[in-house]
Design a protein around this ligand. Sequence first.
Ligand code: ISL
Ligand code: CA
Length: 564
Amino acid sequence: MSSSNSDTTNLDRKWWKEAVVYQIYPLSFNDSNGDGIGDLKGITSKLDYVKSLGVDVIWLNPIYSSPNKDNGYDISDYKNIMQAFGTMNDFDDLLKGMHERGLKLVMDLVVNHSSDQHEWFQQSKRSRDNPYRNYYHWWPAEKGKPAHRWSFFDVNGDAWQYDESTNSYYLHYFGDFQPDLNWENPKVREEIFNMIKFWFDKGVDGFRMDVIPFISKDITFPPLPEKYHGDYISYYAHGPHLHEYLREMNEKVLSKYDVMTVAEGVGITTNDAHLLVDPDRNELNMLYHFEGMGLGLLPNQFKVPDPNGFNLVEFKNIYTRWDEIFKDKGWGTVYLGNHDQPRMVTRWGDDAPEFRELSSKMLTTFLMTMRATPYYYNGDELGMNNIKFDSIDDYRDVETLNMYQQIKNNGGDLKSFLEAQKIMARDNSRTPFQWDDSANAGFTTGMPWLKVNPNYRTINVAAEENNSNSCLNYFRKMVKLRKDNLVLVYGKYTLLDKGNKHVYAYTRELNNNKLLVLLNFSAQDAEVNTGIDINNAKILISNYTSINTSNLLRPYEAVVYELE
Ligand code: ISL
Ligand code: CA
């Protein structure tokens, strides 16, 4: 079947376009020494498992030295390993183990901010004339209070923190323990570029760049312009020198290595995506957008799911629009979950017992059949779902804890906040990986840093290995299907039956090869009108084991047909 795929003359083929990226959350993947925290040795010992999935690239969340207040996104030393994760030797072993298996490693680059424990910041706050002063954004208090900037994780939502020692405020778009680095300072850029080089020289294959669109700011810090009221994220994302800095990074470092780069594209829309990823601009390779993630939430509230769920027609429009903009130039990404999002099956599928596996496989089918590099989050291949904590005491995430405190201080409704967090909290996707049915899912022999989902007794790797119909084995088949059919990577995408509220249908076409993908996103039988005759079509994969004898798609049914 792949023979018709062989004419690839017009494709701008790249390994990172053909890759399936598998994201490993190191805190929760596998603990090798019983302290309840996942670690590098733990990952190394599971590389055969990762390889068995058929994926090519591992994206590892931050593993650098860190006080760990935001799970490694607060870095105190960029060239060292977090103690709880192991040593630089452990890292070298991990990288070696990956390369031996033909797996590539993409690390997390967190350079909009550092930890307040970083030596640069410790120096910077010491005095106004310290050589590191301009590594961060300071505002002398005698000028009055600076114009408001919103903070993601601050209890008061205020991104300016007053610091007594020099009678000044410093800027922190995230927690007050995460001061923003000052990219205007050429020394800061040089330090960062050298640090990136340090990792590339070790053999790292790329970076996922944390909130990279935020690195450039208008450092006069004017009041937020009128048009950004209510939408400060877009303002944060479009600093005046963003592209200049990225080009400089590309010229000085990225262009010297065969690596992939992907921006966490917070605040980036289809209008400006090209500026980041068009090859002739020499900035980054890919970005991942947030438009899909915002669906099905109530407006102007903090992560409150709409009781009516999300609108599939809008969902299709978003992913179609993001496909469309890259049809001639640039390259997209697709994901439905990561460490900042709840479990994919809970949020986009249906985690009720009768539908969890079906809907999880259906979502996997979607991710593996789009024209974009799929980013797949560890545990989703098992159909892991949200843990849905009842009590605030079970949460560890600074976002949930500080938002809880904020609502409490304002006399807000804590009960509905906790209800919403059962669906939306980030800790839902951060619970320990489920290896087997032994204590703590085989993740640790100690006390896990975050509770294990009690459903690990049935949902785990060992059980799923032995079941040819498991989510795990379906994921493997789906990855293989993508690998065997270049049309699934590069083929033209065409949305069909646009207005259908329950079914997502599209074709993928390359040369003489044409596939049809049908995905029922609902818990009911659903009609689909594609205008395509499937009587003689061959089923390449389906998430049901029995043949469909009706004209309707069954609940959460997913099928991929080969048409010609
Ligand atoms: O998860 C979010 C808040 O609900 C996102 O808005 C998130 O804060 C944003 O996408 C930035 O995420 C990245 O940077 C954060 C870190 O906490 C996230 O884990 C990381 O992915 C600060 O470094
Ligand atoms: Ca450990």
